[in-house]
Ligand binder design. Structure first.
Ligand code: FAD
Length: 808
């Protein structure tokens, strides 16, 4: 959708709305109106401490923050005092080594410094429990009011109209559910586009158009501490973050402003934020803040003698994953979202404003915004208490070290597979994805349990379940493994126009005979991958799209966004909850399946990449012969009420072949050995199929599809970078988790996307995007906690590269 003219109404005069309005005007839009129900800075913006660090594990968020800093700097409102991220524990110092390596891989200059250098930067800090830190020279802070007014003034100079004390009370839609008119207490305003930058009120604004936004207000507190005579903190001291002590701060009139992330944060106004609420703080709670203050005192002992000037409390809009909600709201043309800033408003707003403006005016955000799409949270998040639990979890781990192998602690047990009881009996250790409880691995003989912050106990080391996962893995390679994959996202796309819509959004040819299973991607117009999935033609006009547990709502949104008036005859139904999915793979998978059905499942009757309905004990089961583990086998789509019946029959039939259940950790090891890609890490909107080694999916000869022109451009099929399989180190398990810098000599040439241990090949396997000229056998190194560990470029598939096992 390209908008070069017409009126855009931005709702919300916080830092986000101001930035969106400014960038829209800068992109050339002449009729931009910002409406604010109070004065500018009447929401969370009013209370921000204003610190901005550019360090972030996400490439997109880091880019947003770097741009925000550049914007504030250009407007003369950025105080570039630098920042120190302090490690008060060995574990955090190790993590900072990883962070520096990840930053280097993304091009940010972050320097690992020792305790003495930390004390040089922050002489008033205590040397106790001081392990070092990360110094970022270009970090700093803004005054939230000065910065917001500066951005708003710059917007005004470019022609943006700003009207304060005007509350948006409704939005009228047209027949195609498109934005028509903004209703305010002062009257009606026609609009071609509305941008919802309503902060904690954003979900209520979305409700006006029948939309849903998953964010809840979560309280945040900071305290202003008096200066102590003789120990004044010099003006212009660096900002600091001491994540072990859960606190951050900066100098303020010789004293300090200190904020922190409580372990047990409080969500408020789950049923809606009062419209009358404005810039006033909410009631603060010193009891809750006291442990954080103690942490700050431990790091800066002079604070013990400093009086408290004021403890301030206000919520910010927190989303379930702590990331913003951005872009068009599927199903409502002209309604855009820039909300859910999740305590990252000043860091995020500059880059977000630019991306939104590009999206509205050019039809594309110009950066990989896929993980932040506004419609990524589905109906499970309609329950505010669940959304609140997830948001509180995201807040809890804002500073607290989240080990990469850990899973969520709050909001558990929300969605259960019908096989949950069976998995529990087998000693499942459950992780969670999009509300689903899923078996990560099994501890037979032990009671089942939910994992959580387990890695905190074993730290940066080989996990205690390593051997268990190895044995689950072996079952799939050597005998037959069985796995509950009910959490798969499942969308039925049907109707006379279903094929045309899918052909337009997929890079592969979907027009194949009924029963075909097509592995494909959705692409944006640059050819970037925005979804990775399979499409099965169930009937002539009915297709089943199978996608990840956490991407189903995004993918559905993508289909809706790409549906035009001509797609009126297409229906999209989410059937994820209606069907259980049982995966069986291994050399004995066919025999196991044949033993439970009278239907023919021979190679001729059920070929690779096809699906048929088979009868298992009275249940009609869609058996799809496809694999994510590299062995002969099937995904079985079973009506929910038949799931236990089918599972039990498979287990009984597989007994003679040594069937064993596996979990998601074994699956990860199996797919890495095959070089199968994982969407979100290996495949992102910044990667084309050619860069990802998926050029075989691209069907140029099928006619027009999203991204085709970009992929057909000269050179696109021979990109400069390519996702490659590396082995890192030797047989010994290595503590690599993703994001680490990959080097050729001293130069950083890429970063690890996903990685893990391949139990059959007995190697640490990493997928990394590296220069395309690298050849098999070329030597590289990977930063592993500050050490450069040798790595070798390998062929894509370390296990059975010819695929003979799949053919069975
Ligand atoms: C205590 C605290 C400290 C923080 N410290 C930092 C920090 O150091 N660094 C950092 O980057 N971030 C920080 N944050 C987070 C940051 O303040 C927020 O993420 C950011 O301000 C959100 O900005 P926003 O514009 O999205 O929302 P808001 O500032 O809440 O703005 C939304 C605006 O929309 C208006 N509005 C809502 N509904 C309507 C309607 N119907 N009609 C018209 N107007 C409407 C509201 O009045 C409000 O002014 C902090 C937050 C808090 C609470």
């Amino acid at each position: 959708m390209l908008t070069r003219s017409g009126r855009v109404v931005v709702v919300g005069g916080g830092i986000t709305g101001a930035s969106v309005a400014y960038h829209l005007a800068r992109a050339g839009l002449k009729d931009v109106l910002l409406l604010e129900k109070g004065e500018l800075t009447s929401g969370s913006t009013h209370h921000a401490a204003g610190l901005v660090t550019q360090l972030n594990p996400s490439a997109t968020m880091m880019a947003f923050r770097r741009y925000s800093v550049a914007l504030y700097d250009a407007l003369g409102v950025f105080n570039a005092v630098g920042s120190v991220r302090i490690a008060s524990s060995e574990g955090t110092f190790k993590d900072l080594r990883r962070a520096v390596s990840r930053a280097a891989a993304l091009g940010l200059d972050a320097e690992l410094i020792g305790p003495a250098e930390v004390l040089e930067k922050l002489p008033f800090a205590s040397p106790q429990s001081l392990y070092g830190g990360v110094w970022i020279d270009s970090d700093g802070y803004v005054d939230p009011h000065i910065a917001t007014y500066a951005v708003a003034d710059a917007a005004r100079q470019l022609g943006v109209q700003i009207r304060t004390h005007v509350r948006v009370t409704g939005i009228e839609l047209g027949a195609a559910h498109e934005v028509k008119t903004v209703l305010t207490a002062d009257g009606r305003i026609d609009a071609d586009h509305v941008v919802n930058a309503g902060g904690v009120w954003a979900p209520q604004l979305a409700e006006m158009v029948g939309g849903r936004l998953a964010s809840v207000p979560v309280e945040h507190q900071h305290v202003l501490m008096q200066a102590v005579a003789g120990e004044e903190v010099p003006r212009g001291s660096p900002c600091w973050r001491d994540t072990d002590n859960l606190v951050y701060g900066k100098d303020e009139a010789g004293g300090m402003l200190i904020g922190g992330y409580e372990h047990d944060p409080v969500a408020r106004w789950l049923d809606g934020v009062p419209w009358e609420h404005s810039a006033s703080p909410v009631e603060s709670d010193m009891d809750r803040f006291a442990p954080l203050l103690q942490g700050a005192i431990a790091r800066f002992p002079f604070l013990d003698r400093a009086g408290v000037i004021r403890l301030l409390c206000h919520p910010d809009a927190m989303t379930p994953d702590g990331n913003p909600l951005l872009g068009p709201l599927p199903g409502t043309p002209g309604f855009w979202v820039a909300a859910g800033l999740s305590l990252n408003g000043f860091g995020g707003a500059g880059g977000i404003g630019r991306a939104l403006a590009e999206w509205i005016t050019e039809g594309d955000p110009g950066i990989d915004i896929n993980p932040y799409r506004a419609g990524r949270f589905g109906s499970v998040y309609d329950d505010p208490s669940y959304t609140g639990a997830c948001a509180r979890e995201a807040y809890r781990y804002y500073y607290r070290l989240r080990y990469p192998l850990d899973t969520a602690e709050l909001g558990r047990g929300r969605r259960a597979s019908p096989l949950q009881g069976r998995l529990q009996e087998l000693g499942a250790v459950f992780g969670a994805k999009n509300g689903w409880e899923r078996a990560d691995h099994f501890e037979p003989g032990s009671g089942w349990r939910r994992s959580g912050a387990d890695q905190r106990a074993f730290g940066w080391a080989r996990p205690p379940w390593f051997d268990r996962v190895a044995s689950e893995h072996a079952a799939f390679r050597e005998r037959v493994g069985i796995i509950d994959m009910t959490s798969f996202g499942k969308l039925d796309v049907s109707g006379p126009g279903a094929l045309a819509l899918l052909e337009r959004v997929c890079d592969s040819a979907v027009d194949r005979p009924v029963g075909s299973v097509v592995y494909t991607q959705f692409l944006n117009r640059h050819g970037g991958i925005v979804a990775d999935l399979t499409v099965t033609r169930i009937e002539q006009d009915r297709f089943r799209v199978i996608t990840g547990a956490a991407t189903v709502d995004s993918d559905r949104g993508w289909l809706e966004l790409n549906s035009g008036a001509e797609d009126d005859d297409v229906q999209i139904d989410d059937v994820s909850d209606e069907l259980a999915v049982i995966g069986i793979w291994g050399p004995q998978a066919r025999r196991t399946l044949a033993a439970v059905t009278g239907d023919d499942v021979s190679d001729d009757a059920l070929r690779f990449r096809t699906a048929v309905i088979v009868d298992i004990g009275g249940a009609g089961v869609l058996a799809q012969r496809i694999t994510y583990v590299g062995e002969l086998g099937y995904e079985l789509y079973v009506p929910r009420r038949w799931a236990v019946q089918v599972w039990d029959r498979l287990i009984a039939a597989g007994e003679r072949y040594g069937v064993a259940p596996g979990g998601y950790r074994a699956l990860e090891s199996l797919r890495l050995e095959k070089g199968y890609r994982y969407f979100g890490t290996d495949l992102t909107a910044s990667d084309t199929p050619f860069e990802s080694g998926l050029g075989f999916c691209v069907a140029f000869d099928k006619g027009e599809f999203n991204g085709r022109a970009a992929l057909a451009a000269p050179g696109a099929a021979t990109p400069a970078r390519r996702l490659r399989t590396l082995t890192v180190g030797d047989e010994e398990y290595l503590t690599i988790y993703g994001g680490e810098a990959v080097r050729r000599g001293d130069a950083v040439v890429g970063r690890i996307r996903s990685c893990g241990y391949g139990h059959t090949v007995r190697r640490n396997i990493a997928l990394a995007s590296v220069p395309a000229e690298l050849e098999e056998g070329d030597a590289l190194t990977v930063d592993v906690f500050g050490q450069r560990v040798p790595a070798v470029v390998q062929c894509d598939s370390l296990y059975d590269p010819e695929g003979t096992r799949i053919r069975g």
